[in-house]
Design a protein around this ligand. Structure first.
Ligand code: GH3
Ligand code: MG
Length: 264
């Protein structure tokens, strides 16, 4: 493929960026990089629809663990200069990593609010269609503001992380999932679990938190939580996520009002 001007070649490169995650354009006489994705602020996508024929001379596929990287090199000529166009395609795994990041809370590594909003309606529908219950545990640290005020925000962050680890250990994968609803409020979803069992699980979690040693620089910080438990099934007449969350929140509020470190 021959281009009269650099601008013409750049139009093609910019169009290819819609498909390829990384593009290099090199002058092969001295290996100088004429263009690299992300390093040039230009908007030169062709406005008209047209077809360009490019003949690759090399296609390299590298498999490393779960990653598959595809790299293609295409010789082109720009205004008499011999150049090489390198096109790299990010593997599907990178896309999965991006999706994973979008549903993960960065501080605690738990699922985030977006995951709750997307996953909870699916789990509710699945349970209702199989005539099974679904339980929600709303867990909130007692007087967390005081913990922050007395020990600092960084200590507060560490407590959130340790609590997240503890909660994840308590819920076996496949039995349910743990998310950070926001601030010091965590949510556990237990599909197929009735209210009786959900309350027992909550009591166990409550005691485990109370007995856990949250040690920061040799200082033991007492941490307790209040838990609101809400169970729904297809006869409860609740189908929206906001309704179940609001009911669980009311239970949590009762636990707080009744002295905290309690399950309601
Ligand atoms: P209650 O027993 O009623 O739940 O009291 P509380 O102090 O836990 O409740 P409140 O809602 O007054 O305070 C929550 C605190 O959580 C306030 C906020 O600064 C803190 N917080 C929220 N997100 C984070 C965070 O990511 N890191 C830290 N360190 N603190 C946070
Ligand atoms: Mg709190």
């Amino acid at each position: 493929m021959m281009f009269e001007k650099m601008a013409e070649a750049m139009q093609v490169v910019k169009a290819l960026e819609a498909v390829y995650s990384k593009i290099y354009l090199r002058d092969i006489s001295d290996n100088t990089v004429l263009y690299e994705t992300g390093n040039l602020q230009q908007n030169m996508r062709p406005s008209a629809t047209h077809t360009i024929y490019l003949k690759p001379n090399d296609l390299k596929i590298t498999v490393s663990g779960k990653n598959v990287d595809v790299k293609m090199t295409i010789p082109i000529e720009i205004h008499g200069r011999n150049c090489m166009l390198e096109l790299s395609q990010e593997s599907q795994n990178s896309l999965n990593q991006i999706i994973e990041l979008s549903i993960t809370d960065p501080l605690t590594n738990l699922y985030n609010r977006r995951y709750i909003d997307e996953r909870l309606p699916i789990d509710m529908q699945t349970c209702f269609s199989m005539d099974e219950p679904l339980s929600i545990l709303f867990i909130d640290i007692d007087y967390f503001k005081n913990i922050n005020d007395e020990n600092g925000h960084i200590a507060g962050d560490l407590i959130l992380q340790r609590l997240a680890e503890l909660l994840q250990k308590k819920i076996r994968k496949g039995n349910g999932w743990v998310a950070r609803y926001g601030g010091d409020e965590m949510l556990i979803c237990l599909p197929g679990i009735n209210n009786n069992i959900a309350k027992k699980i909550s009591e166990r979690i409550n005691k485990a938190i109370e007995n856990h040693e949250f040690n920061l620089e040799n200082i033991k910080i007492p941490v307790t939580c209040s838990i609101g438990v809400q169970t729904v099934d297809r006869n409860t007449g609740i189908s929206s996520v906001s309704e179940i969350l609001s009911m669980a929140d009311k239970k949590l509020y009762s636990a707080k009002r009744n002295g905290r470190n309690k399950v309601f």
